[in-house]
Design a protein around this ligand. Structure first.
Ligand code: IVH
Length: 672
């Protein structure tokens, strides 16, 4: 047989076998045979590289890890879904959409009910039947190009199973990790002492953003397709589109149902509330979609959601367990959080051993004691909480629990400031505060020092090498190379990463300082309004609280922070070692940003801009001295309007806010 033909035949067979295994869940070939045929194909392709095609089964894993992900504007935004938490919410939704159509008596409406898969949304583009791009949901408007990674998902076809594929087809769906796979990955991570994923959803999202597609390939993500975007089509409703997706080679969840009344939807919801426990993947509710596309079109979208769909969520899962101990954890702000250590128990897809008890008021309210049987719940948060204590099961002689009055880390007295619920360690030199502040300083949104996680921070502190943030900048490779599990290479990498952090802009340094209430958004707002740390430290309460977005609580917290001498010393030392403690004025065509027409102006962006990505527009505005906010208000100065603008446009028109097209905006920038 001619070699080209053999290659074709091998590809078809492997493709069929993989489809049967991963999509139909009905294997037709033994693993060992698959491996042999795969190796034969791989060898033939290696010997004849020009014959390699992107849809070959050998091309699922990329050769090189990506250095970063590129952001991509979604042609059609990825909307989120409105949540209903009970059947009354569902009825209210039905009334709302009927009222919106102004035809309250539409007789027969079909709803497609689907399971709500707890994973991460992904948008796929196919050109002439070939997968050309996979993008994360991101903020719904812009996502990240993760094509290399989605290619590794075996239930995503690299080539559509259609004789006449359309020129362009977009598919959306949920990438997720089956529970078994999630447990396997976490088991491996535990062995390697790596941090565990909190739940399958986080693990799926984290895996999709892995730079090395080999790791993604090993993690065996799956994908359920649920949305089809196809121009000029015969398809007129959601039900047909799911069938089309299935026929094109996608895995479509089999538990979908066409319902004709709220009663039928309720029945479906209640059935899956029980049956979902048997599924090999996590679901967190059901999604109800009006079937007919023409109704969907009439109803359209609010700013965030389609009016024609709703997610009916299951209540948070609750399980009983017993309390083995009650401990307290000291955070980077000195806040002392009591935690219950419990008999390990399976809850919402993960094994849980600790639950937060929030503060001493909550402890008194619960009257929780060691030995108690408690009900714990996870309502989407990572750390579960104790809902109630089953006092009827309490062992005799149990002791009332009292919060410690000395810090378990540094033995200094704990205080609970008046009017606050939180107990705090007030010793600024407390080891827990130092450890937490260093970890926060090095975190991704702050100074982003790769390799400086909690374990290394502890190692540095325990070896007496670091006693404050500034000590990091006096470390050398020689000083740290001898530390346990370090070595020359890691030592050099760490020192380089620390050195690199000196280039991070002022806003990130400000966030890294860990001033209470100054998160990364507020740090950006402050850095836009006060061009240096000196200006910020001298600002009065009214200067601070008059900044758009900065309230009185934040203003007071900043004043309190600068009133502590130790903090002012730290700033001085950070200046000396070369951290960025002022805004580098960006010049646009050599004009100082504070002099541009956009200086101090508040922008809102709506719709898809013709050439700029939303993030790039944001950067240009901030560089020109302006601020970008999410919602239109009286304070908004300009609305930057792109294609298919949302309701922000109507709101801005009502308030008489100046609109700018991208062209006008760029012209303005250039003219200065
Ligand atoms: S439809 C405009 N269908 O739930 C249509 N979403 O909470 C929007 N999800 O972002 C999505 N299963 O990531 C849809 N069968 C399903 C889904 C589903 C899970 C996710 C999706 C979405 C989120 C909204």
């Amino acid at each position: 047989m001619v070699m080209e033909q053999r290659i074709q035949q091998l590809r078809q067979q492997l493709q069929k076998a993989s489809y049967a295994y991963y999509v139909l869940d009905d294997p037709i070939m033994e693993d060992s045979i698959y491996d042999q045929l795969y190796r034969e194909l791989d060898k033939l392709e290696q010997e004849n590289p020009p014959l390699i095609t992107p849809d070959s089964p050998t091309q699922r894993v990329g050769d090189k890890p990506a250095s970063q992900f590129i952001s991509i504007n979604h042609n059609i935004p990825l909307y989120s879904l409105e949540n209903a938490f009970n059947l009354e919410d569902l009825q209210a939704w039905e009334k709302r959409w009927r009222r919106y159509t102004e035809e309250e008596n539409i007789a027969s409406v079909e709803y497609v009910c689907e399971l709500k898969i707890d994973g991460s949304a992904v948008a796929l583009t196919y050109e002439n039947g070939l997968l050309i791009r996979g993008v994360t949901r991101g903020d719904g408007t812009t996502g990240e190009d993760i094509t290399q990674n989605v290619r590794t998902i075996r239930s995503i076809p690299l080539k559509l199973n259609l004789d006449n594929p359309p020129p362009i087809l977009e598919v959306r769906g949920e990438a997720f990790l089956p529970i078994d796979e999630f447990n396997r990955i976490n088991g491996e991570r535990e062995e390697k002492e790596e941090p565990l994923f909190a739940n399958p959803r986080n693990a799926a999202a984290g895996t999709l953003r892995q730079l090395d597609s080999k790791i993604v390939y090993q993690r065996r993500l799956q994908f359920f397709a649920y949305t089809l975007h196809l121009e000029s089509t015969e398809i007129t409703n959601q039900w047909e589109s799911l069938n089309y997706l299935q026929n094109s080679g996608f895995l479509v969840n089999p538990h979908r149902k066409l319902c004709r009344s709220l009663e039928e939807i309720t029945e479906y919801f209640q059935q899956w509330e029980t049956d979902r426990k048997e599924l090999p993947y996590m679901t967190d509710g059901v999604v109800v979609k009006i079937n007919d596309y023409s109704w969907q079109k009439t109803l359209g979208f609010t700013q965030k959601f389609p009016r024609w769909a709703i997610a009916l969520k299951y209540p948070a899962e609750e399980v009983p367990t017993t309390v083995k101990d009650i401990i307290v954890n000291v955070g980077r702000t000195g806040a002392v959080t009591p935690m219950a250590v419990m008999e390990p128990v399976h809850l919402a897809g993960t094994t849980v051993q600790k639950a937060t008890l929030h503060n001493s008021d909550r402890i008194s309210q619960l009257d929780i004691r060691v030995g108690d049987t408690v009900i714990i719940r996870k309502a989407g948060e990572i750390i579960p909480e104790v809902v109630r204590v089953l006092t009827e099961l309490r062992p005799p002689n149990s002791q009332f629990y009292q919060m410690p009055n000395i810090c378990p880390e540094c033995n200094s007295p704990l205080k609970r400031p008046p009017k606050e619920a939180v107990t705090r360690c007030m010793n600024l030199s407390c080891g827990a505060i130092l450890r937490g502040s260093l970890v926060h300083w090095a975190s991704r949104d702050a100074l982003d020092i790769r390799g400086l996680g909690e374990k290394i921070v502890i190692l540095l502190i325990d070896n007496g090498l670091v006693d404050s943030i500034v000590d990091l900048y006096n470390l050398t490779s020689e000083k740290i190379a001898h530390l346990e599990r370090m070595g020359d290479k890691s030592a050099n990498n760490l020192i380089n990463a620390i050195e690199g952090s000196k280039k991070r802009p002022f806003a990130r340094v400000l966030y890294g300082l860990g001033i209470r209430y100054v998160g990364s958004v507020n740090a950006n707002l402050l850095a836009n309004n006060f061009s240096s740390i000196d200006q910020l430290s001298q600002a009065s309460f009214s200067d601070l609280s008059s900044v758009y977005g900065v309230g009185e609580e934040i203003a007071q917290s900043i004043i309190d922070w600068f009133s502590i001498e130790k903090n002012c010393d730290l700033i001085q030392q950070l200046k000396e070692v070369g951290l960025q403690l002022e805004t580098t004025q960006t010049k646009i065509n050599n004009v100082d940003a504070s002099l541009t027409p956009f200086s101090k102006k508040i922008f809102v962006i709506t719709g898809t801009l013709p050439t700029l990505k939303r993030n790039d527009a944001k950067v240009l505005i901030v560089e020109a001295g302006g601020t970008v906010t999410n919602s239109v208000s009286k304070k908004t100065d300009y609305l930057l309007v792109g294609e298919s603008p949302g309701s922000k446009l109507t709101q801005a028109e009502k308030l008489g806010i100046t609109k700018l097209s991208e062209e006008e905006f760029l012209r303005f920038l250039k003219s200065e």
